[in-house]
Ligand binder design. Structure first.
Ligand SMILES: [Zn+2]
Length: 245
């Protein structure tokens, strides 16, 4: 496991000042490399739209291409198990939880009526595909979210600047970002900033090879998950160490 660091890259702390916190679907925080990759995709998509060209969406059947992020790379297991040198979000000044909101949804009978020529007399709200739902939404309530990374601070700042909300249910006002701040940490340990949260626990998914020779690091155990964006893509799943929670 070694870090591949291009010229101009350095350890840094990225801090998002949050209006109220963030909603998420998994127990750990939002990945910085995932945020940067989706921003690059959005920009490319917008350019394609402006040029009247098609932009191919992710497909579960094809291996997604790795985008060029302004981050160093950790070679991980030395084969396909490499990852970007950046952690998942770590809450600062957190209001102890758990905080769970619930949202509900029910099908619009009038809209179903317009879409179907043969609507049954009763579309059940209690069972079947069109039943109404009540879903939990776990929230992290905090003042700041913090990521550590090794990369190009100016390029990272430029990609993050237009992002005004992160996480789940952004349209409902969750995950509103008030400002982004990047602090260069020239003297910091590069391996640590590529892997660990400020409290010294594992701060991202990593192949077990990353944690050989570094002593005791608290992790979230082993599991099947992605190492790089798009994290949820089936082709990205592998046996990894999970971030501590
Ligand atoms: Zn690593």
């Amino acid at each position: 496991m070694t870090l591949q660091i291009a010229a101009g890259m350095m350890p840094m702390v990225i801090r998002a000042r949050m209006a109220a916190g963030v909603a998420h679907a998994v127990p750990w925080g939002i990945s910085l490399d995932g945020l940067l990759a989706s921003e690059i995709r959005e920009n490319t998509k917008a350019a394609a739209r402006a040029a009247g060209a098609d932009y191919p969406p992710y497909s579960p059947d094809t291996v997604p291409e790795d985008l060029g992020l302004p981050l160093a790379r950790c070679t991980g297991d030395g084969a396909d198990g490499w990852h970007w040198a950046a952690t998942f979000a770590y809450p600062e000044d957190e209001v102890p939880g758990p905080h769970v909101q619930y949202w509900s949804a029910r099908p619009d009978q009038q809209a179903l009526d317009q879409m179907s020529a043969e609507l049954p007399a009763l579309v059940s709200e209690r069972q079947g595909r069109y039943r109404s739902r009540v879903m939990p939404l776990p929230l992290t309530v905090c003042r700041h979210l913090v990521w550590r990374a090794v990369g190009d601070p100016a390029a990272v700042a430029e990609l993050l600047a237009p992002i005004v909300s992160i996480g789940k249910k952004r349209g409902a006002g969750h995950g509103h970002v008030l400002s982004w701040e990047i602090t260069e940490e020239l003297a910091a340990d590069r391996w640590e900033f590529a892997h660990l949260h400020p409290d010294g626990s594992l701060g991202r998914t990593a192949p077990p090879a990353c944690l050989h020779d570094v002593g005791d690091v608290r992790t979230g155990g082993e599991g099947e998950m992605g190492l790089r964006p798009p994290y949820m893509h089936p082709a990205r799943r592998s046996r990894v160490l999970l971030p501590a929670i």
